[in-house]
Ligand binder design. Structure first.
Ligand code: ADP
Ligand code: MN
Ligand code: MN
Ligand code: MN
Length: 351
């Protein structure tokens, strides 16, 4: 038997953006524990805005398990928060009720800033560094400093060793701003891995005395870029059948549901979606081929492949909850009949 360090992770009850919380318990297993072997656990919900002080127990239900290479026999246990009965999802538990579909694939591009002493990493104590331009995908101390890349590389290795489907990194447009991408098949799988990747990044930066600033426009109304979390998505139908008519119907549905999307695409998004700095206006819905100023960017490959493939919703921001973002995208997609279904009600020729 081996003693494993089980780090139970969950999302707290803060709004509009929940925080990641975690605590450790030690349990003995013959080998690396499976999800089924991990017990329910509890915590004091009155300290996380999830319960009143008088009746404060909340239940942690393990839903995903990952190796934690930073600890000897370390295990990361992603949990849903349940009511004391252990069965009813807590109101703060959004994951429990989202739409999911293993044929729906999501690629999230998480942008964020490193912050030190209340300023983006690499900013002088007063004033600003040279305007943005050379920082995006940049190299060299003047562009990316000395510590950021070290953190980003360590984070990449932590994610890969945890089995997270991390797909890449790049320095971003503003100084001190970076991005990583997570891809997953199924909304829960992709979003779970994004939350755990966020956790690993925040935990890693502790030892550097650096914070991760996820706000979508931390430098306010300036020429410094904000942070998004572009959501690239495809369904089995979009990848295998697609077609121009279906695509146009889908874009109509996205337009009609604009407000529902914006409601879950992250707080303060009006500060970021101004129509400047490669963003669309929050008040309009637009789409365009290779258009980085559109709400939805349509890759060249999509059009060249008879309107099949994936699309990029550029509106979700860096503080958005990937569970709710993915679920809203699936909800809108589900409202559009597929070409097959549409022709079923019309004049489909019988072969
Ligand atoms: P850019 O910065 O040019 O917008 P990135 O390379 O940062 O693009 O991100 C593209 C994302 O698209 C990746 O996360 C990738 O996983 C995702 N992606 C690629 N193909 C698909 C697909 N078929 N369905 C969903 N997401 C996809
Ligand atoms: Mn990107
Ligand atoms: Mn980016
Ligand atoms: Mn993008």
């Amino acid at each position: 038997m081996t003693k494993y360090k089980l780090e139970y992770l969950w999302l707290d009850g803060y709004t509009p953006v929940p925080n990641l919380r975690g605590k450790t318990q030690i349990k003995e297993y013959d080998g690396f524990p499976t999800l089924e072997q991990l017990p329910l656990w509890g915590f004091d919900g009155s300290s996380t805005k999830q319960a009143e002080g008088s009746n404060s127990d909340c239940v942690l239900k393990p839903v995903r398990v990952f190796p934690d290479s930073t600890r000897i026999n370390g295990v990361l246990v992603l949990c849903e928060v349940m009511m004391p009965d252990g069965k009813t999802p807590h109101p703060s538990n959004k994951r429990a009720t989202i739409l999911d579909d293993p044929g729906a694939w999501f690629g999230f591009e998480q942008e964020y800033f490193f912050y030190k002493n209340g300023r983006p990493l690499g900013f002088p104590e007063t004033g600003f560094p040279a305007p943005q331009g050379p920082y995006y995908t940049g190299v060299g101390y003047a562009n990316v400093g000395s510590i950021a890349r070290q953190i980003v590389e360590e984070h990449l290795d932590l994610c890969l060793s945890a089995g997270i489907n991390h797909e890449g990194i790049n320095a971003e447009v503003a100084k001190g701003q970076w991005e990583f991408q997570i891809f997953g098949k199924g909304s829960k799988k992709a979003a779970d891995e994004m939350w755990v990747a966020r956790y690993l990044l925040q935990r890693l930066t502790e030892k550097y005395g650096i914070d991760v600033e996820y706000h979508c426009k931390p430098l306010g109304d300036t020429d410094w870029n904000g942070s998004g979390m572009h959501a690239n998505f495809s369904t089995t139908f979009l990848r295998e059948t697609g077609g121009k008519a279906y695509f146009e119907a889908l874009m109509e549905a996205f337009k009609a549901n604009r407000e529902d999307h914006i409601a879950v695409y992250g707080p303060d998004n009006h500060m970021r979606l101004t129509g400047k700095h490669e963003t669309a206006s929050i008040h309009e819905f637009s789409y365009g081929v290779a258009d980085r100023g559109a709400s939805i960017r349509v890759p060249h490959s999509f059009v060249n492949n008879s309107y099949k493939g994936y699309l990029e919703d550029r509106r979700p921001n860096s503080q958005g909850d990937p569970y709710q973002i993915a679920s809203q995208i699936l909800k809108t997609i589900a409202s559009v009949p597929t070409a097959q279904g549409a022709s079923d009600s019309g004049e489909r020729a019988v072969a």
